[in-house]
Every structure is written in structure tokens, then in C-alpha cells.
Design a protein around this ligand. Structure first.
Ligand code: HDD
Length: 699
């Protein structure tokens, strides 16, 4: 078995600090356990100076320590993932509920007493590793379950459908969305000609575009995102019975999104907004949780749907097949080392366990090849599964041998089977092992899409129709923004033509916003949209959102002299609701409150615009506010919070800030005065998350 590397740190040692001849600092210890060594284990006497011919002379080739250190550094980078390059992961566990054995024999889904270790990596798709966290993009949601029967990977997204139906189009899709190859921009953005050129020529992408233009593509937090397996899979029970399923992850905190302008502001203020949020939550003991469910159905039911369950551009409305919970996942530990774990983790939809099997979805079938193949160039060796984050936590053994960076030492004389020379060598497991479900198959070899995949608009319409007015408004704005960034008029008119088949009202609103009314291309769809399709309220994020501030962050603007009682009350009551307050002061050095007590600031005003908070509270002193009204960052803080539809709490002393920001304090009930230091009304209001009714007035 591959051995985990030794990451245990020795206890802290006594360190002497000496200043060398050239004035450089040497930190030395006499404790051998703390000695800095070469990769060969040789203790290093001096790590500040290379070996030179005379102190002002040239460096000697002989300096093996310098060469080893620089060589390793020169090779520190590996190719980033061709998609999903920017990601962030965490460890945790999955625990099944009881009663799943009716559906599957997968041990980790059947034994409710077992906590199966997991590693989960979230990602954006288009941006490179160093891009920002909040672009409009699909988010990856990949989970590796280290089960007793081997690793199972559920490699999904936060959107339940996909852009294309056949894996052969994946390179084209990704080439279209990535920076344009001649100019190498835009980074991490779909708002450009090549993307919209491709998708407007690819009608099957229409449904997914609706999701990508919705607020799902700008999640508030990785902890507040749903996840989907997208494809139809099969669960197989101990009797060999197969059930078709779609996988869903539901976050316990609810599904929340940013507003587009807010996402843009956050990209500038904190490019690491999502990873910092996950890091802070887990390090602070606030462990995010998701429920894993399936929509379970059989072939007979599937045959009755008016779409094909093998088509990954389609979903099954929950009103038709409800979710059946299987268990929960809790993420409770950050990796010790980002590169070793999050960067080197290698997911693959072909990593299956007995009891879970594939379907014939042509997108899924192509993925089965791509993931293993990409790891070979990304991680550089067929032995990547020996890297601790990828290694199964159950025993694994076979006849595969050798290759770059082989860690495992296989002692046997035999590396083939059958063999009779080593009776302890590994053998087949028979029915206890993984058996592909016997799907009857026959057909003519051909390159052809089934007719059952041809309706590209009905579910796009279903999605639009199922949204609240606010959500529809955001979709219109997103299409107008993205198409507005396209310089090619023919791309815009073609896309408008496609939108007419999704919903004529939508197409008209987008055309109006673009200043291009009546310019949509005439497009004949293969299958006309069924505009009578029944809406699916479950698709809406905003129809019935949970009223909670759990997991959220409140920005509290304070100055010298701010009321101590109010600060304490807000911190205490917010904590009781499992949310967090951050003190934002004009300077990072903090403030002296009304009781003369010094308080550290969590953030300084110019470094933390209100966009990074879910709700804000203005609690300056009467003296403090005099400085704030002259400070653009303070006025913007309130102005943007209002524009981003946040709940704003304020004390009477903050009124001059409203005047400076030209905001009417009585504009709506999302502006809450904290009378006599009482914070409850503000906290209750903050549970509404945003005042959607304010939006048409501010945008
Ligand atoms: Fe993919 C990575 C999800 C279609 C080829 N994909 C990747 C990751 C996620 C997904 C979450 C990041 C895993 C990680 O965190 O390391 N991909 C999906 C979903 C798809 C999908 C939900 C459709 C339903 N992908 C897809 C197709 C292909 C690929 C059709 C190729 C034919 N995906 C890859 C890849 C990546 C990858 C090139 C890049 C890095 C990696 O695999 O390990 O193989």
C-alpha cells in the first residue's frame, strides 16, 4: 500500500538568531530534529549564502546545495487543469442514512454507522488557476469518497444540466469559452465573441445557458451551492436490481447567490472571496454540510418522460420525481498543504464501486476516457494514484508495475496472473467485485444523435417560466451584459433568434436592453418549443429561500466612541444565529469604544467594501460620523450596500451618512434603525437576505 508522507511536525525548538558578516540573519538550532537538510538529509550549515570564490567572487558550480534548491524550485509547477483549474478543497466525511440498501449495495451508502472519509474540490470552469473566485461561471462540485470498496468519485457541477450532449464537442466548447487564442483574453469570462459564437451555433446549449445566465453562476459561497451529478446513473442493489438515478447535493445553509454588480466588486476587493469563506468557516469550526439525495426512477418511467434521460441537457423536474435523501456530507478539515492535496487530487467519473454504475449518456461515456488521460499529462505519471490524496484508503493490489515515481515496493516474484508461483498474489473477486450492469445493447455503428435528444428549447422555457420575476430580471440582464460584450453583430442577432424559442418575452427584453429590437435572426428549431410545459417551482432559488443568517457575515462599521453595548449585543446575538460579525473601522489599528476599551478591527474600511458582507450595520459615534461623511469609502459602503439590496442596520448617529449617500432612510423596511442599542429587529430583517422589491428602484 502507498504510504502517506510524514507531515508530522516536531515540537518547537529553541532558535538562536545570529547576524552574519554581511548583516544577514541566521536562525540556528542545536536540535537535530529541527535541522534544515538537503533532500538527501544532509544538515545545512548556512542557507543564506551560496558557495563563492571569495566573498565578492563568482558562485561555484560545486555548490550542490544551491543547485538542488534552485532545481527543485524551477520544477515546482505542474500543468494546471485544462478546465476547472481554479479550485479549493476540503476534507470531511459522508454518512449514509438507513434504508438505502433497497437501492444499492454500495457499502458506504448502506452502513449508516460508517463515516466514509471524503475530499471535496469546488472550482470555477473557465478561469486559470490564478483567476478570481466570483466570475459568472459554472462551479465544479467533485467529491472523492474513500470507501471500503475503493474510491468512488462523484464529479459534478452546481448546475444540473450541461452545454453539450456528446463528449466529442467538449474541446470545442472549452476552446470557445477560454481566452481567445490570438489575444489571450478575456480571462475567466464567457462574455466574449467566441463563446457566444459557438453556443449560438449549438442549440443544445440553450437550456444550460439559461442556468449559466441565472444567479446560480454567481454563488454567494461554496457552502451555499447545490451540486448535481448531471448524468443519469444506475444504482444496483444486492439482488442485482438496477434503479436509474440523478444525484443531488443540497447545502444545509440554503442556496444563495451574489448579485452581478456585487460579484464584480468582490472580484476587485477579494479575489479569493470563496476560498477565504470556506477556510474561515472550517477553521472556525463552522462545518458546512450537504445532503446527498437521488431522484430514483426505472426504465419504464423514463420511457414516459417527454425527454431522454440519457441526454445531459435535460433535468427531471422534482415535481415529477422527488428527491430521496441518502445521507449527509460534512466538510470539517482543510488540507495541510494546498498543492499536495487540492492541486494533486485527481477525480474520474470512472472511479466506481460495486452498487453504482454508469449510463449510456454519450457525454458521460466520453468523460470516462478524458479524466484518466488528463491526469497523465497533469500529474506526469501512471502512478498518480499513489499520491496520498488519490490513494484508496482500503487495501489495493494488482499486477501493474513500475513507471515514473513508483513509490510502492511489490515484493512478489510474479507480476502477472494467473500464476502458480505466488499463491499469496492477488486474484479476482468474482461476484463480490465490480460487475458492469448487463444492459442489453445492439445497433448499427454510426455517428448520429438520437431524435429523442432534439428538443433544445422546451426545458429552457421550463426553467425561465419557473423563475420568480427577480430571477427572470437577472437572466435578462445577464444575457444583455454578455451579448453586449460581443463585438460581432451576427453573434448577437443569432443568439436573439435562439432566445425567441426559449421565450419571446425574454428575447424581446434582451433585445431592448441591447438596443436591438426586432433584430433577432429567424431560426427554425428541429422541435418546436412546448410553451405549455408545466413550470417547476423547485427550480427557483428565490421562491422560498430559508429565512436565516446562518453561515453569513455582517459588516459592522465602527469608529472611536462607538457604543460598546451595541457592538457586544450584535456579536452575541449574531453568534447565536451561527453567523459572524466583522468590525470594520476606518483604520486597521482598531477603535476605542464608548467605554474607553480598545477593539481590534477585523477589516479597514477602504479594504473591505460592503459587497463582501451579507448585511451591514452602521454604528459610528456622533464624532466618528463627521469623519466618515468626508470619506468616499464610507459613503460608498452604505451606497453599495443599499444598491446590493442588503439589509442595513443603523444607529441614529449614522444619519449624516445616509444624507451624504443620498439615501432615504425610510426607503423600505430593509433599512432598520437600532433604537436603544437593540439589535434584534436588524437580525430578524437580515434573515430576509435581500430586499428584492428595492431592485427596480436602484437598477
Ligand atoms: Fe469535466 C475536470 C465536472 C464534462 C473533461 N470536470 C472536471 C472537474 C469537474 C468536472 C467538477 C474538476 C475536478 C477537480 O476538481 O479536479 N465535467 C464535469 C461535469 C461534466 C463534465 C459535471 C458534464 C456533465 N469534462 C466533461 C467532458 C469532458 C471533461 C465532456 C471531456 C470529454 N473535466 C474534464 C477533464 C478535467 C475535468 C479535462 C480537467 C481536470 C481533470 O479532468 O482532472 O478531464
Amino acid at each position: 500500500m502507498a504510504k502517506a508522507s510524514n507531515t508530522a511536525k516536531p515540537a518547537a525548538a529553541e532558535v538562536n538568531e545570529l547576524i552574519g558578516n554581511g548583516g544577514e540573519l541566521h536562525q540556528q538550532t542545536s536540535d537535530p530534529a529541527h535541522w534544515l537538510t538537503t533532500n538527501q538529509g544532509l544538515p545545512i550549515a548556512d542557507d543564506q549564502n551560496s558557495l563563492k570564490a571569495g566573498d565578492r567572487g563568482p558562485t561555484l558550480l560545486e555548490d550542490f546545495h544551491l543547485r538542488e534548491k534552485i532545481t527543485h524550485f524551477d520544477h515546482e509547477r505542474i500543468p494546471e487543469r485544462v478546465v476547472h483549474a481554479r479550485g479549493y478543497g476540503a476534507h470531511g466525511y459522508f454518512q449514509a442514512y438507513e434504508g438505502n440498501d433497497e437501492l444499492t449495495k454500495a457499502a458506504f451508502l448502506c452502513d449508516s454507522k460508517v463515516k466514509t472519509p471524503v475530499f471535496c474540490r469546488f472550482s470555477t470552469v473557465a478561469g486559470s488557476e490564478g483567476s478570481v473566485d466570483t466570475p459568472r461561471d459554472v462551479r465544479g462540485f467533485a467529491v472523492k469518497f474513500y470507501t471500503s470498496q475503493g474510491n468512488y468519485d462523484l464529479v459534478g457541477n452546481n448546475i444540473p444540466v450541461f452545454f453539450i450532449q456528446d463528449a466529442i464537442k467538449f474541446p470545442d466548447l472549452i476552446h470557445a469559452v477560454k481566452p481567445e487564442p490570438d489575444r489571450a483574453f478575456p480571462q475567466a469570462a464567457s462574455a466574449h465573441d467566441t463563446f457566444w459564437d459557438f453556443v449560438s451555433l449549438t442549440p443544445e446549449s440553450t437550456h444550460m445557458l439559461m442556468w449559466a445566465m441565472s444567479d446560480r453562476a454567481i454563488p454567494r459561497s461554496l457552502r451555499m451551492m447545490e451540486g448535481f451529478g448531471v448524468h443519469t446513473f444506475r444504482l444496483i442493489n444486492a439482488k442485482g436490481k438496477a434503479t436509474l438515478v440523478k444525484f443531488h447535493w443540497r447545502p444545509k445553509l440554503g442556496t444563495f447567490s451574489l448579485i452581478w454588480d456585487e460579484a464584480v466588486a468582490i472580484a476587485g476587493a477579494d479575489a479569493d472571496f470563496h476560498r477565504r469563506d470556506l477556510w474561515d468557516a472550517i477553521q472556525g469550526g463552522d462545518f458546512p454540510e450537504w445532503e446527498l439525495s437521488v431522484q430514483a426512477f426505472d426504465e419504464k418511467q423514463a420511457a414516459k418522460f417527454d425527454f431522454d434521460v440519457l441526454d445531459p441537457t435535460k433535468l427531471i423536474p422534482e415535481e415529477i420525481v422527488p428527491l430521496r435523501p441518502l445521507g449527509k456530507m460534512v466538510l470539517n478539515r482543510m488540507p495541510d498543504n494546498f498543492f499536495a492535496e487540492t492541486e494533486q487530487v485527481a477525480f474520474c467519473p470512472a472511479n466506481l464501486v460495486p452498487g453504482i454504475d454508469l449510463s449510456e449518456d454519450p457525454l458521460l461515456q466520453g468523460r470516462l476516457f478524458s479524466y484518466l488521460d488528463t491526469q497523465l499529462s497533469r500529474l506526469g505519471s501512471a502512478n498518480f494514484q499513489e499520491i496520498p490524496i488519490n490513494a484508496a484508503k482500503c487495501p489495493w493490489q494488482n499486477m501493474q508495475r513500475d513507471g515514473h515515481m513508483r513509490m510502492r515496493v511489490d515484493p512478489s516474484r510474479t507480476s502477472y496472473e494467473p500464476n502458480s508461483l505466488d499463491m499469496a498474489a492477488p486474484r479476482e473477486a468474482g461476484a463480490a467485485g465490480f460487475e458492469s450492469f448487463a444492459v442489453p445493447t445492439e445497433g448499427t455503428k454510426l455517428r448520429q444523435r438520437p431524435e429523442s435528444f432534439a428538443d433544445h428549447y422546451t426545458q429552457a422555457h421550463l426553467f425561465y417560466k419557473s423563475m420568480t420575476e427577480t430571477e427572470q430580471r437577472h437572466i435578462v440582464a445577464a444575457f444583455a451584459f454578455e451579448l453586449g460584450k460581443c463585438k460581432e453583430v451576427k453573434v448577437r442577432t443569432r443568439m436573439l433568434g435562439r432566445l425567441e424559442h426559449v421565450d419571446p418575452e425574454l428575447a424581446k427584453s434582451v433585445a431592448d436592453k441591447l438596443g436591438m429590437p426586432g433584430q433577432a435572426d429567424k431560426i427554425d428549431p428541429a422541435v418546436p418549443t412546448n410553451f405549455k410545459v408545466k413550470p417547476s417551482p423547485a427550480l427557483s432559488q428565490y421562491r422560498d429561500p430559508p429565512q436565516t443568517i446562518a453561515g453569513k457575515k455582517i459588516g459592522l462599521l465602527v469608529t472611536d466612541g462607538s457604543e460598546a453595548r451595541l457592538i457586544d449585543a450584535l456579536i452575541r446575538k449574531t453568534k447565536a444565529e451561527k453567523a459572524k460579525v466583522e468590525l470594520v473601522a476606518p483604520k486597521i489599528g482598531g477603535i476605542t469604544d464608548s467605554e474607553g476599551v480598545h477593539r481590534d478591527a477585523d477589516q479597514f474600511l477602504a479594504g473591505a467594501p460592503s459587497a463582501v458582507f451579507d448585511a451591514v450595520c452602521l454604528a459610528p459615534s456622533a464624532d466618528g460620523v463627521k469623519g466618515l461623511v468626508k470619506f468616499a469609502a464610507a459613503v460608498d459602503w452604505l451606497r453599495m450596500a443599499f444598491a446590493h439590496l442588503k439589509i442595513v442596520g443603523y444607529v441614529d448617529e449614522a444619519v449624516p451618512l445616509f444624507d451624504a449617500a443620498h439615501i432615504d432612510r425610510n426607503a423600505d423596511d430593509g433599512l432598520v434603525e437600532l433604537k436603544n442599542g437593540k439589535v434584534t429587529d436588524f437580525i430578524e430583517a437580515a434573515k430576509r437576505h435581500r430586499i428584492w422589491e428595492r431592485e427596480p428602484k436602484v437598477r
